[in-house]
Design a binder for this molecule. Structure first.
Ligand code: UDP
Ligand code: MN
Length: 342
């Protein structure tokens, strides 16, 4: 069968040895704080929609902003590393490659290009995942009882750098080679799941298929997260930002204040022809999500958008002649997140 590369064994021991030999690059940058690499990307080709590449730029800026605040690294790929793993499958060889090149990384966080961070300060509760190797947005009920291919979302998930994850990527990728194999698995997946037609396998349905058909192998180390929006469906969110801002929940450690992620599932901003939603509605939603996330960053610098529907910004903090006099602890922590670094 298809494989992402040579079989790797004893990886956990090899990585442990590497970490012992390279103590300047610890996998945990502080107690309970794993070193995190956000991995994302988009097609090598320019977007056919005239607005598409501008949206991709802003979506990337949003991710860079989020990563800077949290001290995460980020990798953006515009290469399809294996032609067999085209389209949404391209994240698999990319994750494997990034994992092996960065033994210092403890968690990789895949985010689709159309994922926008909309709670710039919230960070996943890492300690909750210490016994798990992959964290997927979803619920047990939807995966194991309903067996829905939308039980999880493959647009935003965490995966640990370890042998188990390499094995998972291998098993997962076997269903992905384009052409007859991908189609054959589409049929098998349709039989095993409750709500999917037998068209070619996608990475998301294939992952649910693995969990449903081999829970004994994969279930234990898979964390299904639904206590915050590791993935959030845009259509339920984008019209509510003002309302959320007017009645903010009390920020608590470990609690998202706004949806962590707004994911533009079904929008295909880059001129895809299989868009499910009205393009203008998607565009408006994206502008609003991007501005909502950006406002949280701009505020650190004393600015804000005049509304979520415009590019215009204004000052929200007085420009003074004694710029360093104000001793705003919270602001300082966000602008200089030293505690996050090794
Ligand atoms: N992707 C990529 N290179 C490609 C195609 C897709 O990196 O050639 C990534 C991109 O981040 C995209 C994700 O894979 O968001 C999922 O692909 P899909 O076709 O589902 O796109 P979406 O609906 O998320 O735009
Ligand atoms: Mn997506």
């Amino acid at each position: 069968p298809y494989s992402l590369g040579p079989a790797i064994t004893g990886y956990d021991e090899r990585r442990a040895q590497w970490l012992r030999d390279n103590r300047r690059f610890p996998a945990f940058v502080a107690p309970g704080r794993p070193r995190v690499l956000v991995v994302t990307g988009s097609s090598p080709r320019r977007c056919s929609d005239p607005a598409g590449d501008h949206l991709l730029l802003r979506a990337f800026k949003n991710k860079v902003d989020y990563c800077r605040v949290h001290g995460f690294d980020i990798f953006y790929s515009t290469a399809v590393l294996d032609p067999e793993m085209s389209g949404f499958w391209s994240k698999l060889p990319l994750l494997r490659t990034a994992m092996l090149a960065h033994p210092e990384t403890e968690f990789l966080w895949w985010v689709d290009s159309d994922v926008i961070f909309t709670d710039m300060l919230f960070e996943p509760p890492w300690d909750r995942y210490s016994a798990h190797n992959i964290v997927l947005p979803g619920t047990e009920e939807q995966v194991y009882v309903v067996k829905s291919w939308m039980a999880i979302n493959a647009g935003s998930f965490l995966i640990r750098n370890c042998q188990w994850s390499l094995d998972l990527l291998d098993a997962w990728a076997r269903m992905g080679p384009r052409g007859p194999v991908r189609h054959k698995y589409g049929e098998l997946i349709a039989q095993a799941l409750s709500d999917r037609q037998p068209y070619e396998a996608c990475d998301q349905s294939a992952l649910v298929y693995l969990l449903v058909t081999d829970r004994a192998r994969w279930g234990d180390k898979t964390f299904l997260e639904s206590s915050y929006c590791l993935n959030g469906f845009w259509a339920d969110i984008v019209d509510r930002y003002e309302e959320m801002r007017r009645s903010p929940t009390v920020p608590e450690p470990g609690r998202q204040q706004w949806p962590l992620v707004t994911h533009f599932v079904g929008c295909k901003p880059c001129g895809g022809d299989d868009a499910t939603y009205d393009g203008a509605r998607c565009r408006r939603g994206m502008d609003r999500a991007l501005n909502f996330g950006d406002d949280q960053i701009l505020k650190l610098y004393g600015f804000e958008h005049q509304s979520l529907n415009t590019t215009a910004v204004w000052r929200v903090r007085n420009d003074t002649g004694g710029p360093l006099d104000a001793d705003d602890v919270e602001l300082g922590r966000l602008l200089h997140p030293t505690a996050f670094r090794a």
